[in-house]
Design a protein around this ligand. Structure first.
Ligand code: 0O2
Ligand code: 0O2
Length: 202
C-alpha cells in the first residue's frame, strides 16, 4: 500500500479544518466577543494505529478509508460546556462540510467516564487527481474534559487498554470531578467572560 499517497489528502483536510476553525476563533476575538474556541489541535492517525484499529475491528485494508473515520482528526477545546453546543450549531450551518454522524458523549458519557461531542464529517478536498471526499472526525470538548481524556489516554497506552480496576474506578471519579468543575464554572461564566472582555480591550 502506498501510505504516503493515501494519507496526503487527510493531512490536507486536517490543515484546512484547523485554518477554518482558527479563523472562527479570530473573528470572535476581532469582535471582542467571547470565543467559544480555546484552542485547536489536529493530527493524521499514525499508520501503526490505523493498522491496529483495522485488525481489532476486522476491517479489510480496502475498506479502511470508509470504516476508520478518524484517520483525519481535529479537536476543538472550549472553556465552557455551552461553547461546545455553540460550535456544534455553527458547524451544522456550514456549506463546506457534510455532517454524517453526531455522538453526544456529554449527555451520554462512556463507561470509562469519557465525555466529548463527536462529529463525523465528509469534507471535499482538491487533490492533484481531482476532488476527493474525505471522512474526518471532529471532537469538541472542554478544557476539563480534555485534561481527563489526555490522562486516561496515557494510562490506556501504558496498560495496553487493560487499566487495573482500582485505577479505572479512580478515573471514573476523576471524570465526575471534572464534570463538576465544568458545572461550577458554567455558573460563573458571565463573570469570567466579563473579566476576559475587559482584559482583551486593554
Ligand atoms: P495559540 O495562539 O498559541 O493558541 P500548527 O500546525 O503549527 O498551527 P500544531 O503544531 O499542529 O499547530 O500545534 P498543536 O500541537 O496541534 O496545537 C495547536 C494549538 O493548540 C497551539 O496553539 C497550541 O499552543 C495549543 N495547545 C495545545 N495544547 C494546549 C493546552 O493544553 N492548552 C492551551 N491553552 N493550548 C494548547 P496555536 O494554534 O499555535 O496558537
Ligand atoms: P486516538 O487517536 O488514539 O485518539 P465506535 O465504533 O463508535 O465504538 P469509534 O468509531 O472509534 O468507536 O468512535 P468513538 O468511540 O466515537 O471515538 C473514537 C475516539 O474518541 C478515540 O480515538 C479517542 O480519541 C476518543 N475516545 C473515545 N472513547 C474514549 C475514552 O474512553 N477515553 C479517551 N481518552 N478517549 C476516548 P482512538 O481510536 O482511540 O484514537
Amino acid at each position: 500500500m502506498n501510505w504516503a499517497a493515501i494519507l496526503a489528502p487527510y493531512a490536507q483536510v486536517v490543515e484546512e479544518l484547523k485554518v477554518k476553525l482558527k479563523g472562527m476563533r479570530n473573528q470572535f476575538e476581532y469582535d471582542s466577543r467571547h470565543s467559544p474556541i480555546e484552542f485547536i489541535t489536529g493530527r493524521v492517525k499514525p499508520i501503526p494505529s490505523i493498522l491496529e484499529k483495522a485488525e481489532s475491528r476486522q476491517i479489510p485494508l480496502e475498506k479502511i478509508e470508509k470504516e476508520i473515520q478518524d484517520i483525519a482528526g481535529v479537536r476543538v477545546v472550549c472553556q465552557f460546556v455551552d461553547d461546545i453546543y455553540t460550535i456544534v450549531n455553527m458547524l451544522r450551518t456550514r456549506k463546506d462540510l457534510k455532517i454524517i454522524e453526531e455522538k453526544d458523549y456529554i449527555t451520554e458519557k462512556k463507561d470509562s467516564g469519557y465525555r466529548s461531542y463527536h462529529m463525523v464529517i465528509e469534507y471535499p478536498v482538491e487533490t492533484i487527481d481531482g476532488l476527493k471526499i474525505v471522512i474526518a472526525e471532529i471532537q469538541i470538548r472542554t478544557l476539563a474534559m480534555n485534561f481527563w481524556a489526555t490522562n486516561e489516554h496515557s494510562l490506556n497506552y501504558k496498560y495496553k487498554g487493560r487499566i487495573p480496576t482500582e485505577i479505572k474506578k479512580r478515573l471514573q471519579r476523576a471524570a465526575e470531578a471534572a464534570f463538576k468543575l465544568d458545572e461550577e464554572m458554567s455558573k460563573i461564566k458571565y463573570e469570567v467572560q466579563e473579566a476576559q472582555r475587559i482584559f482583551h480591550r486593554k
